[in-house]
Unconditional design. Structure first.
Length: 165
């Protein structure tokens, strides 16, 4: 069955990208369109408050390196344009949105979004760290120590971390 519209919200990072982008392409009618959403897991701060030597960024680099060692792309957002082009899509439009972590944003809507991001991230932090870090040879005590330091950074209101979708 061909469609004129196909929507694929993230996260696509554990998936191999070509089947994900080619399936909608094969099933769209000529002139149809697809929507993909995913994020870039490279956190940053516009004001320099998230330092390269922070525990949060150390954890992030370790996590991203672990996924890449497994052949998985943990930051698919910046790759989507190229993947779609390679799959034969045309007239590709890319839009980037910045999402804060925590309540530091001045805008009321962004402040609320930042708190939601922070809570969901903190709730999943151990779950998406433990297996990967253990498979990389770390002991549970070392992982717990890393996570404790990351949680301290995440709770620091002077760090204005954000990521892109």
């Amino acid at each position: 069955m061909s469609k004129s519209y196909c929507r694929t919200p993230g996260p696509s990072r554990p998936c191999q990208h070509l089947p994900l982008t080619q399936r909608p392409h094969r099933n769209l009618v000529p002139g149809g369109w697809a929507e993909f959403q995913d994020y870039d897991f490279n956190f940053y701060s516009r004001d320099g408050s998230l330092k390269p030597d922070s525990n949060f960024l150390k954890w992030t680099r370790t996590l991203l390196g672990g996924f890449r060692a497994l052949g998985k792309e943990p930051c698919p957002g910046p790759q989507l344009h190229g993947w779609l082009s390679d799959a034969g899509f045309e007239n590709i439009t890319t839009r980037k949105f910045s999402f804060p972590f925590g309540s530091w944003a001045k805008d009321k809507r962004l402040k609320e979004l930042g708190m939601i991001n922070l809570v969901q991230f903190q709730n999943g932090l151990e779950a998406f760290t433990l297996r990967l870090f253990a498979d990389m040879g770390m002991e549970r005590e070392e992982i717990n120590d890393i996570l404790e330091k990351v949680r301290l950074d995440l709770g620091n209101k002077r760090i204005h971390a954000q990521m892109d979708l």
